[in-house]
Design a protein around this ligand. Sequence first.
Ligand code: K2U
Ligand code: ZN
Length: 169
Amino acid sequence: MASLPILCFPDPKLHTVAKPVQAVDARIQTLIANMLQTMYEAKGIGLAATQVDVHERLIVIDVSEERDQPLVLINPQTLWTSTETHLNEEGCLSVPGVYDGVQRFDAVTVSALNGEGQSHVIEADGLLAVCIQHEMDHLMGKVFVEYLSPLKRSRIKKKMLKALREEER
Ligand code: K2U
Ligand code: ZN
């Protein structure tokens, strides 16, 4: 297993629309293992393949307290969303140090393949529902800062580019 580098906003590669996974084969299963290691090491609760510069529809999530209940969603499709929504404070491994409110559906139902290629349906609410929506946005090339005002987004972009320049010095 290996930890993978995570793309940071405003890297344009984060805006790539992911393609469907064609086969849940050994390559994908290795990628799943590496994404889970990357997510746990970064203390995240979700990670989309887009964030590790692989543009296929694959998400890993673990919202459990003990960090021992990984969820794999391959080619996820939204089947249902609640009418109710709430504003939730979000962060993102691709935008470190930035947290802000995003309006999300309270509950969602999605279908996906698991790591063995079997189809499953997930009925999610609470933090899992928020995380699924956040990760599925990544697969569509959308980063949560795009829900914020242009002024906030511009300030975040400046902050991330400054941090990148300082890192490269
Ligand atoms: O996609 C990601 O970057 C992972 C997110 C998932 C998430 C975002 C918002 C709401 C729920 C889940 C991160 O795991 S959120 C927590 C976080 C953020 C920054 C750094 C470490 C952990
Ligand atoms: Zn994110």
